[in-house]
Ligand binder design. Sequence first.
Ligand SMILES: Nc1ncnc2c1ncn2[C@@H]1O[C@H](COP(=O)(O)OP(=O)(O)OP(=O)(O)O)[C@@H](O)[C@H]1O
Length: 265
Amino acid sequence: MKASLRLIPGPSSESPPPAALKILRLEKSFSVNDKVLTVLKDISFTAAAGEMICILGPSGCGKSTLLKILSGFLPPDAGSVILNGKPVTKPGPDRCVVFQEEALFPWLTVAENIAFGLKGGFRGRKRAREEVDRFLELVGLAPFRDYRPSAISGGMKQRVALARVLILKPKVLLMDEPFAALDAQAREEMQRLLLDLWKTFSHTILFVTHDVSEAVTLADRILVMGKTPGCIQAEIRVNLSRPRRREDSDFHHFCRRLYERLRRP
Ligand SMILES: Nc1ncnc2c1ncn2[C@@H]1O[C@H](COP(=O)(O)OP(=O)(O)OP(=O)(O)O)[C@@H](O)[C@H]1O
């Protein structure tokens, strides 16, 4: 059976309004074998509420480190992260991370994986079941609710990972190359699904990718990072209407601009 995308119902009344992020002069170094490695230097940018930002850069430029700081799992050495006017100092339910490795619990079913974060804090089992059903429907996995992760494809696992964080109603989604391990077709399907969900929920999204065409497909704005130490070298607004088509010349124009920017030292 193949997972199919469904018409996406509107947000529930509980969906929080999206949040604006302000990142000010972040710095981060690590000590490795008595040497100090400066990974991020003077990173500043803003994300408007509901904006989709892609962060593009070479391997090792500090993209994942940046997302860890934004999620509150890693403290910066200097600088600050401000979410809707308040400093971020620790992880919180207003920011959720989706990783490349979907890290589902193998002993739980698809539905139980999606429900996992709700346990304890949710008002009653019936309500939780309804919410899980709704999110299963949203990501096109309703027929697979009782399957275990070992019995579904990589793309379907990433749908579960997405539903599992969306059900927590975050304001900001931090996505660390979430589709990088998927084949081209599954990847495009996931990009379409993400855009549909974003249209519905209007999260503020920071999406890390190596892939130039993925960035042009998704982003309102692309931040191009340079390496050693990681810094923002360019900011490109993608003013193409959606849905974007890879075969359009405007799409190619943006890809070319990005390749040129990435090739520059
Ligand atoms: N906890 C750590 N201790 C020491 N060095 C670290 C630590 N975390 C990351 N680094 C180093 O920081 C640099 C940036 O790593 P990071 O994973 O943020 O880069 P990236 O741009 O996400 O790379 P990739 O695209 O390959 O995933 C690398 O040189 C990495 O080895």
